[in-house]
Design a protein. Sequence first.
Length: 61
Amino acid sequence: MNRNKDKAWYIADVGDDLIYIAEKLNTKANSEDYHFENELLMLKEVLETLESLECLKEHSE
């Protein structure tokens, strides 16, 4: 049960991160700021989290 709760928190965090990244990119799209290094790093972290969740899923099956 605790493992499922942890996975739910990871998924919620990923969702929050994606919303934050989308908002930052939307703001930058309406400005002259075209530096996306921070957003790319955050996306990389999101992908790593999703990959780790996939590994957890495979081990639980």
